[in-house]
Design a protein around this ligand. Structure first.
Ligand code: BES
Ligand code: MN
Ligand code: ZN
Length: 497
């Protein structure tokens, strides 16, 4: 989907499709030439201004567009970014169904309500690009043609420059999200750790280097926890390290994403039902890769902030091969902490343990974040419309919650207390990788385990097991991987001082 900003005063055109937003109680202004047509359309009583209503009319006069689509926005005083994003996606989807190539979308200040032009531009661009997303499945048939892949976005309001900046930012974030969705939707056999590493390598660019630690490098670094998980698989594990390093940087953040390309559970094997969904167990890694896609494409342009951002994606399969680790095995993470692997299905925290400890030691970050499809329990607690967040630094958690809110990717805080940490102590090692089922708390125990490896560094853990896929369809998301947290991470790194 290509977005081209067009001057509002462009000559009335004869294009295939003109899309205008409509507000409750207001007559849409499509210019003098179309005023009579708008009046007639309204007189039919069929021009609904309800949210997401799509009404198609035919002007049927020379020199006018072939079709005019009115997309409802409801009441101006109830306008939100999410409604703008959805309305843009509704427009794109309808244009696609009409098989038009390029359509023009009119936006006025009345359409924005109280939403700032920058923020509105961002939401609209996101809706257009994410709405156009489709996973190209491998098929023996001829791939279906795509339509409505070009839009002329025509904003006639006062905040021209701000709106244009928002559109550019929205484009960068949405294209990065599309990149993540594509990787996340791939089945386990097509998205191996090797494939993720290859995709990551392509993200190298100005100020941005990518290195991949292989099995031998991990062995040298004594990453016993990550290697323990990888033992059951014939696919070689990778630790992807993406380093955005501006000259004269003053501080460092490390962002770690779980890149488990397929989770069978290992010897503590999962039931068969829906096991195919464990392709999504790399969505934390997908989010971090998406962030770096955005950074490569100018996600921090114009900010002049000097923060080093290191993205780490530990990647492996969790398989029950003949050499797989067994319940009760004790492994040693690269910081020397010993771990009793009481359940081989609690593998995400094992690969994150080594990645977090390595990040802390190597990059000495002031702050660390991790994102992971870590626990089924977070789906039970919070469902698919938000992610859980916990950690050791309230300011960091608050910043991320704010970034999530600004991106319409909500985060909800869960506690992480000393009692949770105490539950993780083991009879046979420093810590166990699960607490006793009698304790009951599934998500906070995962976070508590991770805290043994982040120690005194300000750190937040985001459990995206619910948010990564399976959300309610909402125009700009229709199923499969959500591409979650890419926009939130981009928003957050842009706010770093
Ligand atoms: N990848 C899963 C978490 C998961 C499960 C995500 C279902 C989405 C849907 C993770 O590796 C896992 O298996 N966690 C276990 C932990 C348990 C053994 C303590 C879980 O949640 O059951
Ligand atoms: Mn698991
Ligand atoms: Zn997992």
């Amino acid at each position: 989907m290509k977005i081209r900003l067009v001057a509002a005063k462009a000559a009335p055109s004869t294009q295939e499709l003109l899309v205008a937003f409509v507000n409750q109680g207001k007559t849409p202004d499509l210019g003098r030439a179309l005023a009579k047509f708008v009046g007639k359309a309204q007189a039919t009583g069929d021009l609904s201004t309800d949210e997401r209503a799509a009404n198609l009319f035919y002007p049927d006069a020379s020199g006018q567009p072939k079709r005019v689509l009115f997309v409802g926005l409801g009441k101006a005083e109830q306008r939100t970014t999410e409604k703008l994003r959805r309305a843009a996606a509704v427009a794109q989807k309808r244009a696609e169904a009409l098989r038009v190539g390029t359509f023009r979308l009119l936006v006025s200040d009345a359409d924005l309500g109280d939403v700032e032009p920058t923020v509105a531009g961002r939401a609209l661009a996101e809706g257009l690009i994410l709405g156009a997303y489709r996973y190209e499945k491998p098929t023996g048939e001829k791939a279906k043609a795509r339509h409505a892949q070009r839009v002329e976005l025509c904003y006639g309001g006062k905040g021209q420059k701000a709106f244009a900046q928002g559109v550019e930012l929205g484009r960068i974030g949405a294209e990065a999200t599309v990149f993540s969705r594509d990787l996340e939707n791939l089945p386990g056999n097509l998205a191996t750790p090797t494939v993720l590493a290859r995709e990551a390598k392509k993200l190298q660019g100005a100020n941005l280097t990518v290195k991949v630690l292989d099995e031998a490098a991990m062995a040298k670094l004594k990453m016993g926890a990550l290697l323990g998980v990888a033992r059951g698989s014939v696919q070689p594990p990778k630790l992807i390290v993406m380093d955005y390093k501006p000259a004269g940087y003053k501080s460092t953040v490390c962002i770690v994403g779980k890149g488990l390309t397929f989770d069978t559970g290992g010897i503590s094997i999962k039931p068969s039902a829906k096991m195919d969904e464990m392709r999504y167990d790399m969505c934390g890694g997908g989010a971090v890769l998406g962030l770096f896609h955005a950074l490569k494409n100018g996600g921090l342009r114009g900010l002049g902030r000097k923060v080093r951002i290191v993205g780490l994606v530990p990647s492996t399969e969790n398989m029950p091969g003949g050499d797989a680790q067994k319940p009760g095995d004790v492994v040693t993470a690269c910081d020397g902490t010993t771990i009793e692997v009481l359940n081989t299905d609690a593998e995400g925290r094992l690969i994150l343990a080594d990645a977090l400890a390595y990040a802390k030691k190597t990059y000495k970050p002031q702050r660390m974040i991790d994102l992971a499809t870590l626990t089924g329990a977070v789906v039970v607690a919070l469902g698919h419309e938000m992610a859980g967040i916990m950690g050791t630094d309230e300011d960091l958690i608050d910043e991320l919650i704010d970034a999530g809110q600004a991106s319409d990717e909500p985060l909800w805080q869960l506690p992480l207390w000393d009692v949770h940490r105490d539950q993780m102590k083991s009879q046979f090692a420093d810590v166990g990788n699960i607490n006793s089922p009698a304790h009951g708390n599934g998500s906070t125990s995962g976070g508590a385990f991770l805290s043994y490896f982040t120690k005194d560094v300000a750190w937040a853990h985001i459990d995206i097991a619910g948010a990564a896929w399976g959300a309610l369809a909402k125009d700009y998301y229709t199923g499969g991987a959500v591409g979650t947290a890419v926009r939130t991470l981009l928003h957050w790194v842009r706010s770093l001082k």
